[in-house]
Design a protein around this ligand. Structure first.
Ligand code: HSE
Length: 407
């Protein structure tokens, strides 16, 4: 029996235990032996569980058990996860995590340490829940220079937007439903304000560009300001609004990263990704555009990705794949103000003629209920900021500004 240990018995951790229990024959076939969690670390106790006697509150029990070769972490948060990741790796154990906050903050350090110690640091579950995306990006698409990655990377917000706009549900009720289904973060602010999606696009971009991106440096906007009027205009334009994380390679070879609600054209498959599903669109210079789709959150989908990594760590020699990324490269990230896009605007207080002078080349969508909606011509975000300031100075009230996801 191969022995692993589990840090955290929440939604994902209990899912890992369920897969170990239910799919043991599959694991035996893949790993050549059974796989058992010898220790489960959690502050809480679960006396009713068949494996209730394996719980511990002491990480050193896991670190110092020579039979444990893989430590799985599903705690969330940077600490104590980072300290325990370092200690596990330094003790010669592979470390598998679903914790995107940890990977986005400390991925470069932990990858370097794991390479030095000859063990794995794996985190497929940190992006896209059950969707295999990181390994395909690292391996199957390795012949490509990645031109762009754009995705619906947060199941909770996609679930909320779908429930609000397909079913007319109130934001708070939809969020409560997502929480009860185990999709949301412990503090759902990270979901609705876009921070979770930002961590995930940083991980994807770090693989695509080979260097670490820090979430705090990436322009991030959540879904809390999206309302029914935005959706009504989006529908008339022929698209929908989705929270998108995007990383693009610019003509100068820089990386343009952002997270924001975007107007997605109806002919883009991302516009039809609903509910808790995630989808990641990867465009490579050789392959063209590919799409990875599946359940982006939830107990068993996320645990499925975790256990896949466990099997890799148990069966394949560490170092058989190149280290996916190194430290941050100064100057690689393009300032958001310099990135170019079209935008949908809703403006009150200015006549359509006036709007055409502030936003030359724009396309008016229509005017009703005291507001005008338009699609601007492509401009940098900095140029658009200046045009919006000028429109405000002339008495315009900017009700919303939503970037268009142009392909
Ligand atoms: N809260 C996250 C989401 C969980 O809703 O996508 C999966 O990372």
């Amino acid at each position: 029996m191969k022995k692993i240990a589990l840090l955290g018995h929440g939604v994902v951790g209990s899912g890992v235990m369920e897969i170990l229990e239910k799919n043991q024959p599959v694991l035996v076939r893949q790993a050549g032996d059974g796989v058992e969690a010898a220790h489960v670390l959690d502050r809480r106790t679960f006396p009713g569980l068949a494996y209730g006697d394996r719980f511990t509150g002491d990480f050193s029990v896991i670190r110092d058990d020579p039979e444990v070769s893989v430590v799985v972490e599903a705690l969330g948060g940077v600490e104590p996860a980072f300290t325990w990741a370092r200690e596990s790796i330094l003790a010669g154990k592979s470390f598998v995590t679903s914790n995107k906050e940890l990977v986005a903050a400390k991925g470069d350090e932990l990858l370097a340490l794991a390479a030095e110690k000859g063990v794995w640091f794996l985190f497929e579950a940190s992006v896209g829940g059950g969707i295999p995306i990181l390994q395909p990006l690292r391996e199957s698409l390795t012949a490509n220079r990645v031109v762009a990655v754009a995705g619906i990377l947060n199941g909770t917000t996609n679930f909320i937007l779908t429930r609000m706009f397909a079913d007319g549900m109130a934001f708070g009720d939809a969020l409560a439903e997502a929480q009860s289904l185990g999709y949301a973060e412990a503090d759902p602010t990270a979901d609705v304000e876009g921070h979770d999606a930002c961590r995930k696009i940083c991980i994807l971009a770090s693989i695509a560009f080979g260097s670490h991106f820090h979430p705090q440096e990436v322009h991030t906007q959540g879904i809390t300001r999206i309302g029914p009027r935005d959706v009504a205009w989006a529908g008339r334009w022929g698209g929908s609004i989705k929270l998108i994380g995007r990383a693009r390679r610019t003509a100068e070879g820089r990386a343009a990263l952002e997270v924001s609600p975007m107007l997605v054209p109806g002919d883009c498959l991302l516009s039809r990704v609903d509910g808790v599903f995630n989808a990641v669109q990867v465009t490579g210079d050789m392959v063209g555009t590919t799409l990875f789709y599946g359940p982006g959150a939830g107990k068993l989908p996320t645990a499925s990705a975790v256990v896949g990594d466990v099997i890799t760590a148990l069966t394949q020699p560490a170092g058989s794949r190149p280290v996916p990324w190194g430290p941050k490269k100064e100057g690689l990230l393009q300032p958001w103000e310099e990135s170019a896009a079209r935008a949908m605007l809703r403006v009150a207080g200015l006549a359509p003629d006036a709007l055409e002078t502030f936003f030359p080349g724009c396309r008016l969508l229509g005017a009703e209920e005291g507001e005008t909606a338009l699609i601007t011509a492509a401009a940098t975000q900095g140029e658009l900021d200046a045009a919006l300031d000028a429109a405000r100075a002339a008495g315009g009230n900017i009700l919303s500004r939503i970037t268009v996801l142009d392909q």
